[in-house]
Design a protein. Sequence first.
Lengths: 346, 317
Amino acid sequence: MSIADSSVQPDLSPVVNDGGQAEAEAAPGLSPWASAVRRLRRNKAALIFGALFILLVALALAAPLWAQIADTTPAKNHLSDTIVVNGKSEQVVTFDGVPIAPTWQTKFFLGADQNGRDVAVRLLYGARNSLFIGLTAAIITAFLAVLLGTLAGYFRGWTDAVISRSLDIMWAFPVLLLGVALGVSLALGGLKIGPIQIQGGSLWIPTLIIGVVSVVYLARPIRGQVLSLREKEFVEAARAQGAGPIRIMFGELLPNLASTILVFFPLLVANSILLEAALSFLGAGVQPPEPSWGTMLSDGVVLLSTAPHLTIVPGLMLVLTVLSLNVFGDGVRDALDPRAKVRLEH
Amino acid sequence: MGRFVIRRVVGMVVVMFAVSVLTFLIFNVIPNGDPADRMAGKNSTPVQIAAIEKEWGFDKPIYTQYVTTMEKVFTGDLISYANQTNVVEEIRRGIPRTFALAIGAALLWFAMGTALGLYTAMRAGRWTDTLVTVLALIGVSMPVFWLGALASYYLGFKLGLFPNGGYAEIGEEGLWEWVKHMILPWCVLATLFVGVYSRVLRSNVLDTINDDYVRTARAKGLSERRVMIHHVLRNSLIPIVTLWGLDFGAVLGGGAILTETVFDLQGVGQYFAESIGQLDVPPVLAVTIFGAFFIVLLNTLVDIVYAALDPRIRLTS
């Protein structure tokens, strides 16, 4: 496990099991999936935090609605505006450059930032960007990791040698340094891969970087699992029926990898959101004026002494989101794999 | 065993070589602006640019550039494009700071993680166990720079308990001043790991606690304390030590970049962060190689220690 400091340190090691409190074996007649769902439904904490995550996603989707109520847009400056708070007229940003604190009313509900932009509106639009990056990067990671892990584990030989050695090299890279370096250079120049062209400020740049640098965490366990699955009787049976490699990989192996992927997925999303924040904090992620929790934090931290809400608000939102994913992911793991056989290989 | 060690060390050298080539290629292929162009300034003539290209060797084929750059890394003559300072000197200046941060934090998270893991395992299912689990999850869910900024501002600046960032040289300002500057960075960086470690240890202890040799130890009348520490903990610690070695390598190898930046420790990671802001390729390249070296070194050490402890590993891999 190693991308270090960074809370970016992914807690991708689903290692904890509940040793003592061994789950009662599933009732006879229930499929493994049904009994996993039943275990998950009994886990109140996981359900509550799962619901919290869905709520946060809903809030992010409702961002334009709140922007309409607050009568502004995420990028609109209100530097010279005044607003009536508790009967008193106050400036959105004072002459000394101190932005207004949370007003708890529709306009500037969570205060303003140094450019006189509405923090609540930016927070919700930022949620869209942060969640988009988190989810999309996790999908990219899962897709690449399954592809590489399955190919390496199934074909073995030189395919495995090439893929595994490449993963070894990726493993040796200081992930955060690589992410930051790529983020800064690509944000300036954009990215061109054949016909695909990505503009410098695009959200896809941090998304792709995060998606690719995380592959190694999932690809190794998948490969290990495929190596043992391919020797199982059902694979042999499929082969005896004349199934080709593609059919075996997608028809026989993939369904058996589903639980591993499901266990890792919420943790990957959580980790991607943290990595986005870290990259944006160092100027290598989402580019201004586009809001994201990372860029909001990065702008806010410098003003901690005069406007602490600029640091506390997006930070709490981020922690809440990542925490909800971690607790829910924990529950999913306990449900799918009560004896926690899925471990992160080193 | 000797052959195993040699194989691992050779593998390490190969991986390091690959990392250096890849890093070099990434920064030559990515369109990040022509370094000669930037060095020459805004109102430069093509002749000036060509002169700079010649002076710095940008006109040579890429493999020649790679070889000369790597030579300079090893001889310590690597020069920054942005401010013409010696990159290897700068890294050398940052090393004690990065090491101080990484070693202190790693010891702290190991000790705290072990203590909490053992404590919660012995109280599995009770409310203290749940509480620690919740705290652990909150700890891993926080962005380190956010926690660091808040701690530095509220505990350091507002309450005045700690200095507000910066690093103190032991030689100049004394041991106590140094410790005072390091306490917050250590604690903040360790917070991220304590949760993971305590939970891993807790599950390991719960796995071993029902093993036969533990029952034997109890049956022969050893005190509960002795059984827990000498029999259960000793065996549960092995995976933790592995994890610790890898995480320690990662933190040394650039993983502490955010903590260093937020507390202004001026370590190797912060040097990297400042250089990449100016797209200064030589420091970025050198720090990446520096980081990869520690990651690979600790990985290799962990493998070797593991193989020494468990002969089966030597035979299978």
